[in-house]
Design a protein around this ligand. Structure first.
Ligand code: ADP
Length: 471
């Protein structure tokens, strides 16, 4: 089967979060099990572009409202990611260093989607499935069905995977003239509450919809940033397929980002060696248990609770632990976290920004990973942490619920709490300290979590089964 993935991110080309990780792994694992999975994404100006060689495979043009654009599709020459990687260049729109965050993101991603559909319309042998990811590619199913120039693509099944339903790509209706001539009677397929909503449109138009965990699928019917009724209505076409992790990239035994590689046999020593280096670099005491947080500093991740929870833990639990935070996002949370470096020196440190290498070092060195998320569609951090022998402390939501079992349960290996509240976090930190004081139990849990199989093998096959049901 031939699958075309369309996405805004893909590791290592450009990554802002979990979508990048998934897009960099899923096609690779689908190819491994005998299919042809390709991926197309915008040609941002990231390091990957300059460090690799590409061939031009197509040039085209399209109009978007009053503007005329040329686009170029280039293909990475060696398939080094384990699949055919195509990049779409549109001068003036996609030629930026960052993936998101520009005022004209609506124009950028609309143009990207038009270029992709226009290109696919010219393929001699069409793909068997077009698989779109999140709202940045959510207009594609609509365009393939309702834009007159592309209606000959309407027989190709489309699958939408929702990695995060909080972001929907809303646009005002004046942008409707951006889309290639389309059947205006079908405006309802773009609309949600009087705006164009690309995510809602994809849910309506895609042949099937998947979310990245079973629990998140359930939760979306009561918490989906305004789309709850839509998910309730369309529940028949929605399925939960848990994300996996790329166990080639995320392997403590071969990870080139970490100083001391390790595996289940020498995890205690290996983790300690990494912890020593990290604690030295961040002025933390190596003897104390190390708690880390890695992620976007946003409301969904409950990053706003971290400052108070850390203060309370350090003062009320008598500074028996160290904290290290890596993240970026809400400027106020960034400011608060950075301002704690001085008063809590020796117990706490933070690095504001995005740093792939440091994130690997933290997964390798830490004893515990904090994930108090209010919303967590799947969450990859907890799975990476476990692969590196770091015990997850997570809130009971979405994919965290599906991948972590509390130590209070038979065979449990993580710490779970129910409410996104400071007290629940500090209580869980206290439970972690009790666990840390039992080295034998710590060791057994560490071995267990490092051996869990959260790799893509199973999930990649589940997607294939879904595609097959649509042929
Ligand atoms: P989300 O996609 O909602 O941000 P996920 O848990 O699915 O959350 O994936 C987050 C990914 O982004 C992980 O690979 C994590 O290590 C990485 N990440 C998040 N913030 C940072 C950061 N500041 N520096 C490095 N990596 C980060």
């Amino acid at each position: 089967m031939e699958i075309l993935h369309v996405t805004a991110e893909c590791y290592p080309v450009a990554k802002a979060g979990g979508l990048g990780d998934v897009a960099g792994a899923l096609p690779k694992y689908q190819n491994k099990i005998g299919h042809i999975a390709k991926l197309v994404m915008p040609m941002y100006r990231t390091k990957f572009l300059y460090q690799n060689d590409f061939d031009v495979v197509h040039k085209g043009d399209f109009s978007m409202g009053p503007y005329w654009f040329n686009y170029t599709i280039i293909k990475e020459q060696t398939n080094k990611l384990g699949f055919e990687l195509y990049l779409v260049d549109i001068n003036g729109l996609l030629d930026r260093e960052e993936v998101y965050g520009y005022d004209d993101d609506s124009e950028r991603f609309t143009a990207f989607q038009i270029a992709v559909v226009d290109w696919v319309a010219r393929w001699q042998d069409k793909p068997d499935i077009v698989h779109v990811h999140d709202h940045h590619t959510g207009l594609i199913p609509f365009m393939m069905q309702q834009c007159y120039a592309y209606r000959h693509l309407s027989h190709i099944p489309t699958v939408l995977t929702i990695h995060n339903a909080q972001y929907q790509g809303w646009m005002d209706w004046d942008k409707a003239n951006y889309f290639p001539a389309w059947d205006m009677l079908e405006w309802g397929k773009l609309d949600w509450q009087d705006r164009i909503n690309p995510l809602a449109s994809a849910v309506k138009c895609a042949t099937r919809v998947t979310t990245v965990s079973y629990s998140y699928l359930d939760e979306m019917r009561s918490n989906a940033n305004g789309l709850e009724n839509l998910f309730e209505y369309e529940r028949g076409k929605c399925t939960g397929i848990l994300n996996g992790i790329d166990d080639i990239v995320w392997n403590p035994d071969t990870d080139t980002y970490i100083d001391d590689t390790f595996n289940t046999k020498n995890a205690a020593l290996g983790k300690l060696a990494n912890k020593k280096l990290l604690c030295e670099a961040f002025n933390l005491e190596v003897e104390r248990p190390l708690f880390v947080f890695i992620g976007r500093l946003v409301h969904e991740k409950a990053a706003d609770l971290l400052p108070q929870a850390i203060y309370d833990a350090v003062y009320h639990l008598e500074g028996k632990m160290s904290f290290l935070i890596l993240g970026s996002g809400d400027p106020h949370v960034e400011w608060e976290l950075a301002n704690m470096n001085m008063p809590l020196a020796g117990y706490y440190n933070s690095k504001i920004g995005y740093n792939e290498k440091l994130s690997h070092q933290m997964y390798a060195a830490a004893d515990f990973l904090l994930m108090p998320s209010r919303v967590e569609p799947c969450g990859l951090n907890q799975m990476y942490a476990m692969r590196y022998g770091t015990i997850p402390i997570v809130r009971n939501t979405g994919g965290l619920r599906d991948t972590v079992t509390d130590i209070g349960e038979h065979g449990g290996y993580g710490i779970i709490f129910n409410d996104a509240k400071v007290w629940d976090i500090t209580y869980s930190i206290n439970r972690a300290l009790e666990l840390y004081a039992q080295p034998k139990r710590m060791k057994a849990i560490r071995t267990k979590i490092m051996n869990l199989d959260n790799s893509w093998g199973n999930s990649a096959q589940q997607y294939i089964n879904l595609y097959s049901s649509l042929q």
